[in-house]
Write a protein that binds this ligand. Structure first.
Ligand SMILES: C=C(O[C@@H]1C=C(C(=O)O)C=C[C@H]1O)C(=O)O
Length: 355
């Protein structure tokens, strides 16, 4: 062995030992992350990093290596911070709306152990996913009665995000009050107009004042903060637990099949699942839509839905959002999409999921 080879054998041994120590250090850092998350602490602790550097410099005996060691340990801590940020993002899930509202319930049901972060708008949720501030967003796609959530379709058209899963939340309304009192003693009911209309049959003929509120969870929270036991809110039964209320009557909605489908959106595409969606635009010429639909139908794909909406900021132009049955990665799907792509002006894959 020449001198170079001998030195490299030594370096290999040291690197192996350092790799083991690196792994041990990062595992110790994992405990720091969960502590910081629990106590809502920042990842960077500048004074701790200074201490680490100074304390360990004392172990460096070769004077000329001190500045290099400082550089080295500084980099180690930078990597440790990267890891902490990435791990924290993994556990961050965004939803739009209020604590306790239906979007919150959908996010909690899909990510029971993660940190739920509230955003003001659906777009803010998408922006946070795109900028990697959070891992996933949970946003409503459509409701079995009121139909699609147009704003969310527009966001899927505009943002480089993908649906990676869907979750169906059954919308059940309950009458909640501070005490479990008979319904005929209730004097006022607070709720969102949509929830009120969903319970029209239950409310009909009752001499109760109805007061509209911006959303059901806020109504439940309001009732929980009042002294009056005769006022009630219409909200989910889960809201009763979240705001310490009693369920006076459960399932008071007129239709039992009221379901909101939520999309879990991410920055990285998921291509697994027995359904997928695409969005396309067409040249405004005779027969282009027929051609597009024909490329799908002639290859034996079942189109579950097609929705057309105006392209945001582009008057009198439209995009089509299509849900198809099938596996995105299958060769037959790829061949169909290739043909569809030749017919469309733009064709965008927006995700797969199981149904
Ligand atoms: C691991 C921690 O988080 C960060 C990384 C450090 C490290 O890797 O040693 C030190 C301080 C923090 O900036 C910590 O706070 O201890």
């Amino acid at each position: 062995m020449n001198k170079l080879e001998q030195a490299r054998v030594k370096i290999n041994e040291i690197d192996q030992a350092m790799a083991e120590l690196f792994e041990k250090r990062m595992h110790a850092v994992e405990d720091v992350i969960s502590y910081k998350q629990e106590h809502q602490m920042e990842v960077l602790d500048f004074s701790r990093e200074q201490q680490v550097i100074q304390k360990n410099l004392l172990h460096i005996q070769d004077e000329k290596l001190r500045s290099y060691y400082e550089e080295f340990i500084t980099d180690v801590m930078k990597v440790s911070r990267h890891y902490q940020h990435a791990t924290l993002i993994e556990k961050k899930i965004g939803y739009q709306g209020t604590y306790g509202a239906f979007s919150y319930l959908a996010a909690r049901a899909t990510f029971p152990d993660d940190e739920l972060i509230r955003f003001k708008s659906f777009e803010d949720v998408c922006k946070a996913v795109e900028s990697k501030e959070i891992r996933y967003g949970v946003i409503p796609l459509e409701n079995s009665h009121s139909g699609e959530v147009g704003e969310v379709s527009d966001l899927l058209y505009r943002y480089p995000l993908y649906i990676v899963d869907i979750f169906d939340l059954q919308v059940n309304q309950a009458l909640l009050a501070k005490e479990d009192i008979p319904i005929d003693q209730i004097t006022k009911i607070y709720s969102h107009p949509q929830a009120i209309s969903q319970c029209s049959k239950f409310l009909k003929g009752r001499n109760i004042e109805i007061i509209e509120f911006p959303n059901t969870a806020l109504a439940a929270e309001f009732v929980s903060k009042q002294e009056d036991p005769t006022i009630a809110a219409i909200a989910s039964k889960e809201a009763a637990q979240l705001f310490g209320l009693k369920i006076v009557e459960d399932n008071i909605q007129t239709n039992d099949d009221n379901t909101t489908r939520f999309a879990i959106v991410a920055k990285e595409a998921n291509t697994q699942g027995n359904h997928f969606q695409v969005i396309f635009t067409l040249a405004n010429k005779q027969g282009t839509l027929a051609q597009a639909i024909n490329s799908i139908a002639s290859r034996g794909f079942n189109m579950k839905s097609i929705k057309s909406r105006s392209i945001p900021q582009n008057a009198w132009s439209y995009y089509f959002q299509v849900e198809l049955e099938g596996f995105y990665e299958d060769a037959s799907t790829q061949a169909m999409l290739k043909e569809l792509g030749t017919v469309c002006r733009d064709l965008k894959y927006i995700g797969s999921y199981n149904k």
